[in-house]
Design a protein around this ligand. Sequence first.
Ligand SMILES: [Mn+2]
Length: 346
Amino acid sequence: MFCKSLLRCALPQIRHSKLVSRRHFHRRVGLVGVPFSKGQTRGGVDTAPHVLRQAGLIGNLNELGYEVRDYGDLKFEQFSDDPPVHNVKNPRSVGNAVKKIADTVSMIIENNEICLTIGGDHSMTVGTVNGHAEAEPGIVIVWIDAHADLNTPLSSDSGNIHGMPLSFVVKECQRYMPNVPGFDWVKPRIWARDIAYVGLRDVDPGERWLIEQLGISFYSIHEVDRYGISEVLSRALEEVDPTGKRPIHLSYDIDALDPGLAPSTGTPVMGGLTLREGLFIAEEVAATGRLSAMDLVEVNPDLGDEAQKKRTIRTALEIIKHSFGERRQGTYPPGYSLPVPENNSP
Ligand SMILES: [Mn+2]
């Protein structure tokens, strides 16, 4: 009786999104590397796809029962002449790169694979979110980050596009957006109500204002402290999708975690998520059965000493594994059963 009712609770969530559940059933992942760093100013973040593969990323997913198709690392056009526009740095390079990323993500989703995109800096999500939404309308976004990444080209102090990607893809933001060369192709596909933030602790005035104006579901580290990560996650998932049917785009910035766990990142902010909170988020998203695409961004292996670099990579790999179904309660791949000795007489 107990088992049956448990099953009945678990099944409807998975059954509703047919496209996503098919991909989960077949356990297929399409992996793409984005060795791109022009959305911010520090070199090194572009080496993360290589370093994470070297550290065993694909093997980890295989162990969980996934068949991984590796689309390799994307190659990006170099622009010799790419002056800032409205204070925005490298607009043409980023605009061109995110178009290529969007096309690749769309293709992976259309191939019935769960798309895992390894950055690179967070500017790449203009491409991943748009490409995902184009191939699979009705996605919701769970954005795990120390920052809101919602500056507009006019509100940003730094001019780094990795702090602005959501302003390019959210429909309601468009009245605040100037023309930026390279981004003419972007067709915003996401409503503000389709986004939930978790882990924020460094939010600029323009971002705070937009979050309030647009009513974006917002759980900073303050709310994590107040309610606990379990309550925060269930509220966030419920708010972006009360029906529990829609495919999830999980955009995971490694700087959401405390710098003690992920020191090798370009814009660390003290007082971040613990490893337990970070893994809990990943496990809860995995448990919905609706993870459709994931970004893992802002690992920068060039920053910090050897021990810090290793710790950051280990943290990133753990977050990815748990987002794809690894559980601290233990797990086994589909079809697994315990070996029985020959000549076994019961
Ligand atoms: Mn970010």
